[in-house]
Design a protein around this ligand. Sequence first.
Ligand code: TMP
Length: 209
Amino acid sequence: MNKGIMIVCDGSNGAGKTTVIKAIEKFLIDSGHEVVLTREPGGTPIGEKLREIILSKENPEMTDLTELMLFGAGRAQHIQEKIIPSLNAGKIVLSDRFDAATFSFQHYARGLDFDLVKSVNDLAIGSFKPDINIILDLDPKVGLERVRGRGDELDRLEDEDMNFLIRAREGYLEQAKAEPSLFAIIDASVSLEEVINKALITVKNHLNK
Ligand code: TMP
């Protein structure tokens, strides 16, 4: 059986991730692929329960280490229950965020030690890496205005100070610099149509590899 591929769409809050992911999903289905749409935090029943705990503003006392380990626990469940079986069945897994988010948010933004973050992530997924991370890059000030403009409530992490979100953004750019073959950075300050076009070009290039 063919091994599937894993595409992750990630990046700044408010950059249009949900719309871009829907467009990628449609393109893949129209091209005859079987697609498993998923997300982090979340993706499994256990992961979705953890998501509620992680993002709830009713948990301001959550320590940085607890937060990291909850993301790790959700990812450990996600990979075993959903991602690996889907890839083994030859499907395309399309995930709204994955491991790069932990390095950006828990290491670069929160300031947890890189080796600590890596060890929790390694516990969850070992040497597994998604095939491509499409990163929608946007000034967090613009991103948060868009989130507020949609009338969405900010979650516990979006509600951190602006420097937190600026550092998270830099985290994605640094990771892309370190492993350019695993990342595609897309400027999300332009129209959503242009962002979608660029994301689809990245996906097409990847499928033709
Ligand atoms: P979102 O699903 O609306 O993008 O919200 C998820 C939030 O969780 C977002 O602020 C990024 C954050 N996050 C982390 O801090 N670490 C992680 O590993 C993941 C997957 C998400």
